[in-house]
Design a protein around this ligand. Sequence first.
Ligand code: FES
Length: 164
Amino acid sequence: MVKLSSRIPLPYSFKVIELFRNPKNLGKMDDATVWALAGSIACGDMIAMYLKIDEETQSILKASFESYGCAANIAAASILTEMVRGKTLEEAWRISWRDVSDALGGLPKVKYHCGILAVGSLRRAIRAYFQDKLKPKWLPENLTAEERHALEEEELAERFSRKS
Ligand code: FES
């Protein structure tokens, strides 16, 4: 008898599989300058992004993450933490989820939101860093689409409670 599976394997790239199996910069950062917890409005999964910032140069010394998401999110967050290291906050801010997807060799369409969540959490962390500081010109006044997708925990809980 042929056993049918209800799950169709997603066409993940080699890079996604590799980083899912061996993610880089995974874990809480105890000496982080700033961090943000954000959840996806598409799936409810959450991610925490930690940044260690050189205050003088406003550049990212290191980044790490914790993910409660899927393979694509783990891979996206992993590669993003590598991409931002050594970059100024402005350069890091300008990294798009498509840049992340390209660096991963492409994400399946149904997994775009997992990359958006990773970028959204980074932007939320950068925005949090400037909360009590003079805001730079490049930081938009309003939340970007990625930030609106990656909601703070309370907002996410409220959105999902309204749905149920
Ligand atoms: Fe939720 Fe990928 S399905 S982060």
